[in-house]
Design a binder for this molecule. Structure first.
Ligand SMILES: Nc1ncnc2c1ncn2[C@@H]1O[C@H](COP(=O)(O)OP(=O)(O)OP(=O)(O)O)[C@@H](O)[C@H]1O
Ligand SMILES: [Mg+2]
Length: 398
């Protein structure tokens, strides 16, 4: 096994497109890191450079402390699992898994033991003689995994291996892959554009935008403390609601002004975000997670109130998503619109056209009675608010 380290890695394609910029990322030995971001942000490119399928334009890529920039792909000891599985249709499951070993002239007896062990591990025993065409999507996915595992590589590289599966199978397989990676302990770099996969699967999450790494860390830390507006909006489902507003000093207390509404910030909010209290009068972007907008009542004295009109209620079982139009200024920076348009700010702008109010999405317990069309006052624990600089998009910290 081995760690993987990107040191200021660049990729510039032949046509001049700068697909990955100064990527620095460390994947410790045995860790599971998920690289996530919208379409075209450079995830596959970053992975292919590690596999040796794409030349590295600048910087250094290390596996196990050794620079591999110029090392032959066949000697890198990394195994890649592709989105389309790339199985051989005329070969049985056994032969598909055995293929990389045959290609490297491993003795037949050893092939048999190693393939059988993998088939056992992946619960494919009943299907060993079948051809890929006669397998379900999930089984095919497992065969593709098997072909990577059987090589006993130092590193697994996986490029959206679940994107061809239906939603239910995807949830099942993501748990299986996490568990398998945990058991095998092989350093893994996993690429997806699905933030839920990124949140749930890895011990580390790395968020990319337009070839640039935005933030890397434990998924929960990134969720709790996103570094900028892009990460804030990308990570979390439903997304954080963003408002453009400003702060004011009112009788010695800092008040957040959103449209016509004034929310007094609690001591705890100012303690967590001293920069907000120091700069009264400045414009800010404020973010609120769905779980921090609650129906008024139960144990919320001291919470600020935000009025709006319920436009839609989506029951999800244990929770309901309550869409509330709040008369305040929406945030329309490219970083935010890109997410609405899956990497394309113009498409995002078109999606959002005609919305003057802010569409807030709150997550309520499903037992709360709430009707579309009604006016509502949301209770907001202001110490849970996120603050960003409207010009730079960076979180206001310190
Ligand atoms: N061979 C190539 N030549 C030139 N440009 C390329 C090449 N491969 C990819 N690109 C461009 O590089 C950028 C990054 O592409 P990449 O495939 O790494 O993105 P991605 O994050 O994997 O996207 P997706 O989620 O759609 O798979 C894109 O703008 C893409 O068009
Ligand atoms: Mg890709």
């Amino acid at each position: 096994m081995a760690s993987v380290t990107y040191r200021a890695v660049d990729k510039i394609y032949g046509d001049g497109l700068h697909a990955v910029r100064q990527l620095s990322l460390d994947i410790p030995d045995g860790a599971f890191t998920v690289l996530v971001g919208p379409s075209g942000c450079g995830k596959t490119t970053a992975l292919r450079m590690c596999a040796g399928l794409e030349e590295i334009s600048g910087g250094e890529l290390l596996v196990g402390g050794e620079v591999i920039n110029r090392l032959d792909p066949g000697k890198r000891d990394v195994a890649m699992v592709f989105q389309n599985y790339a199985l051989y249709p005329h070969m049985s499951v056994f032969e598909n898994i055995a293929f990389p070993l045959r290609a490297t002239h491993v003795p037949a007896a050893e092939i048999k033991t190693r393939v059988e062990r993998v088939i056992e591990l992946l619960d494919l025993r009943e299907h060993a003689k079948r051809k890929p065409g006669n397998l379900s999507g999930g089984q095919r996915q497992r065969v593709a995994m098997g072909r990577a595992i059987v090589r006993q590589p130092k590193v697994f590289l996986m490029d959206e291996p679940l994107s061809n599966l239906d939603a239910k199978l995807r949830v099942q397989m993501r748990a299986e892959i996490s568990q398998l990676q945990h058991e095998l302990g092989v350093t893994t770099l996993y690429v997806t554009h699905d933030q839920t996969e990124a949140m749930t699967m890895g011990s580390q999450m790395a968020v990319m935008r337009k070839g640039v790494l935005q933030q890397a860390g434990a998924p929960q830390d990134i969720y709790n403390d996103p570094a900028n507006l892009f990460v804030a909006e990308f990570v979390g489902s439903p997304a954080m609601t963003l408002f453009a507003g400003h702060t004011e000093l009112d009788n010695g207390r800092t008040v957040l002004v959103l449209g016509q509404q004034r929310l007094e910030l609690a001591e705890g909010a100012l303690a967590r975000h001293p920069a907000v209290g120091r700069n009264n009068g400045r414009r800010v972007v404020v973010g609120i997670r769905p779980e921090h907008m609650q129906p008024p009542g139960a144990a919320d004295s001291g919470r600020a109130r935000l009025r709006g009109k319920v436009t839609l209620v989506e029951p999800l079982g244990p929770q309901q998503l309550v869409h509330v139009d709040v008369e305040a200024e929406p945030v329309v920076s490219d970083a935010v619109l890109e997410i609405a348009g899956d990497g394309d700010a113009e498409a995002g702008r078109a999606n959002r056209r005609g919305t003057a109010a802010v569409r807030a999405v709150a997550a309520f317990d499903s037992r709360v009675n709430v009707q579309a069309g009604s006016e509502i006052e949301l209770a907001i624990p202001t110490e849970e608010l996120h603050f960003f600089d409207p010009d730079t998009g960076m979180a206001l910290r310190g």
